[in-house]
Every structure is written in structure tokens, then in C-alpha cells.
Design a protein around this ligand. Structure first.
Ligand code: PLP
Length: 382
């Protein structure tokens, strides 16, 4: 029997587009190393350079400023390590809701780290940022994500960058969750660098990029053969890069799909709320990614809900998706001041290019049954 699955976990990984699969297969079928001078090598090089142009177009950057990496995690690590290694920054300022690849890279760098708090909606406190910058004139790198992967809250990056610049600080923006969902323009954001990831936009995992503002120097983190103009050594991941390029092109042409996806997300929230009127949606009071919803129902455990939904054929995640598979308390919700019990019940549903109205119906059906079973259990216990 074929079971229909409803996949609502695009912020963890988006399903791969058919055109991406073709691009990856095409690259896998090639023999050449992009550094080789023979015809096969030149063909591989052509794919890498065409991909660089496609990724640059995605963020209106310049192709020569795109450095391919193994994903968003490496791009974030590289931005921080490089700013410190070049001496452009000697301390790091991060928001409290950054992805672990920013928080841990900053903490592990050996440089002083300051954390900017967020308000109850998960938006960074710009006054606190200004105070941190004004209180210490050591050159700083400010790291602020464009949108949060758990709640979808969009950060005031342009304003934060303006504050940072006024104090001579550099700005790194983690745009992993926004490319393909919002227009992302490196220069308009005021960023010195942007981290991108292929598998959030329907490309293969293990591929991403750090895109630099023209003129920003980069100190390599990985040294060796001098690939990527010495900025990131190692033979290029040709299938990953080709797939990332195909996904970037699709992401750019599908940016208008946001109205459709936003309407699906809103209906999903309405359905969830009608089956559980005490449901609370986090970051609902600020501008959010239209594909994302993160909510809690008092007295429920996220793991229980995720398992129950999974059994009903619906894939969502609990708070943040953990690489180890274990569910840890969300540092994002904690930073927003969400009570522990509520945070422990937070479920995230995230939609994307393949999401349909039927997906919302199947979610609504499963959620309604789970909530009804829960209240029957409570009635029996009472
Ligand atoms: N930054 C954000 C906001 C993310 O959501 C993720 C992935 O979950 C990453 C960075 C890491 O990207 P990658 O999985 O490509 O290493």
C-alpha cells in the first residue's frame, strides 16, 4: 500500500527539484576535475563558473565574490574565522537567536563574544546592539541572521547594519532561510558577507556559499590546493555546485510563489487553532517568513506531537531540528522569554515549493484527531 506523506519540514531540508536531480546526475557523469587543463577539466570548470554566476544572481552579488563551501555551516564559520584572521574584527557580536553554526563558531573562535538580546517576538534589540558597539571600540564583526529558522522572524538587518557601520563594524548575515523566499540583496542589506545553503532551496545538501561584498578580504579556513582562488581549498564538489546552481535559478524564478505558500501557512495555522484554541504562535506579532509557523499548545510535549503527526503521515519538527536526533530546549524560544513548558511543546511546520492545499488538509485532519484524542484522555483522567 502506498502511503501519502505530507512533508512540512522545508526549513530543515527542502525536497530536491527534478531539474536539480538532472543537474547533479549530469555533473556526476562527467569525468573532469575543474583544475585540470584537458577538455574534461575545462568542461567541469565551465560548470563551476556558470554556477558561480547563478549563485551571484540569487543575491545580486558578483560572481568573483562567491566562495563555494560545504553548506551554510561552513559559510558561517568561514565568515567569522576570516574576519578575525584578517584583523578586520577582534571581537564578535551575535544575536541570541543565531543558528548554532554562528553561535558555536563565535564561541570557539577565542575572540571575545557579546550576545545581543531579542524581544518577546524574537526581534533583535537594536538599542542593545548600539550600546555594545559604543561601549567598546575594538573592531567588531556583527552576525545577524536574515530570518530565524525556528520561528521565521525576519530581523531588521538593514537597520542593524546601519548601526554597525556607524561604529565601523563588519556585518555578516546568515541568509540561509531567506534566499528564494524573500528578495535578498547583499548590498541593499548592508552586509559584508552572506551565508547561503543549497539544501534549503531544493538543492543538494553539503553545498553552499559565502558571498562577499566586493573588496572584502577573505582568509581561508581550509588550505591546500588553492581552489576557489585560494579562499577554500579542496577539489570542488561538482555535483553539489551544479545542483546548487540549478536550485538557485529555480529559487529566483519562484520568488512570486510566496503569496501561495503564505496562504497555505495561514490556513494551516487557522486549522491548528480551531482544533486547539489555546494554541500560541511564536513571533506572530512581527514580520515572519511566509512559509514558517512555530506554535505550542499548553500541556503538550513536542516530541509526542511530532511522533503522533509522523504516524499520521505528516512530517514536522519540534522546535529546532537537531542533528543528533535528540530534542534539546530551543535557545531561540528561551531567548524570547518563552516559558520552558511552552518551549518544550513547540512544533515547527515549514512549507515550500511542493506544498499543496492537500498537505494542509492532511495536516488539519491529523492535528484535529490528535487534539481530540488528547482531550478524551484528559476527560478520562479527570
Ligand atoms: N543557518 C541557518 C539559519 C540554518 O537554518 C541552517 C540549517 O539548518 C544553517 C545555517 C546551516 O546550513 P547547512 O545545513 O547547509 O550547514
Amino acid at each position: 500500500m502506498r502511503t501519502t506523506r505530507t512533508y512540512l519540514d522545508y526549513n530543515a531540508t527542502a525536497p530536491v527539484h527534478d531539474a536539480v536531480r538532472d543537474a547533479v546526475a549530469g555533473a556526476l557523469a562527467m569525468a573532469g576535475n575543474p583544475s585540470s587543463t584537458h577538455r574534461e577539466g575545462r568542461e567541469a570548470r565551465r560548470i563551476v563558473e556558470a554556477a558561480r554566476e547563478a549563485v551571484a544572481r540569487l543575491v545580486r552579488g558578483a560572481p568573483e565574490d562567491v566562495v563555494f563551501t560545504s553548506g551554510g555551516t561552513e559559510a558561517n564559520n568561514l565568515a567569522i574565522a576570516s574576519a578575525l584572521a584578517t584583523g578586520a574584527a577582534r571581537r564578535v557580536i551575535v544575536s541570541a537567536v543565531e543558528h548554532p553554526s554562528v553561535l558555536e563558531a563565535a564561541r570557539g573562535s577565542g575572540a571575545p563574544v557579546d550576545v545581543v538580546p531579542v524581544d518577546a517576538e524574537g526581534t533583535v534589540d537594536l538599542d542593545a546592539l548600539a550600546r555594545l558597539l559604543a561601549g567598546d571600540d575594538t573592531p567588531a564583526l556583527v552576525c545577524l541572521m536574515h530570518a530565524n529558522n525556528e520561528t521565521g522572524a525576519i530581523q531588521p538587518v538593514v537597520d542593524a547594519a546601519r548601526v554597525a557601520r556607524a561604529h565601523g563594524a563588519m556585518v555578516h548575515v546568515d541568509a540561509v532561510q531567506t534566499v528564494g523566499r524573500l528578495p535578498v540583496e547583499l548590498a541593499a542589506l548592508g552586509a559584508d558577507s552572506l551565508a547561503l545553503s543549497s539544501h534549503k532551496i531544493g538543492g543538494p545538501a553539503g553545498s553552499g556559499a559565502l558571498v562577499l561584498r566586493s573588496g572584502v578580504a577573505l582568509a581561508p579556513m581550509i588550505r591546500g590546493g588553492g581552489q576557489e582562488r585560494g579562499r577554500r581549498s579542496g577539489t570542488e564538489n561538482l555535483p553539489g555546485i551544479a545542483g546548487f546552481a540549478a536550485a538557485s535559478e529555480i529559487a529566483l524564478s519562484h520568488i512570486g510563489d510566496t503569496a501561495r505558500i503564505g496562504a497555505l501557512r495561514d490556513r494551516l495555522e487557522q486549522c491548528a487553532r480551531s482544533a486547539s484554541p489555546d494554541l500560541r504562535v511564536w513571533s506572530a506579532g512581527v514580520e515572519r517568513l511566509v512559509n514558517t509557523t512555530c506554535f505550542s499548545v499548553p500541556g503538550t510535549k513536542a516530541e509526542t506531537l511530532v511522533i503522533a503527526l509522523d504516524l499520521a503521515g505528516v512530517a514536522v519538527s519540534s522546535g529546532s531540528a537537531c542533528s543528533s536526533g535528540k530534542v534539546a530546549a530551543s535557545h531561540v524560544l528561551a531567548a524570547m522569554g518563552v516559558p520552558r513548558d511552552d518551549a518544550a511543546g513547540a512544533v515547527r511546520a515549514s512549507l515550500g515549493w511542493g506544498s499543496t492545499s492537500d498537505d494542509v488538509d492532511r495536516f488539519a485532519d491529523a492535528w484535529t484527531r490528535i487534539m481530540a484524542a488528547r482531550s478524551r484522555k484528559r476527560d478520562i483522567a479527570a
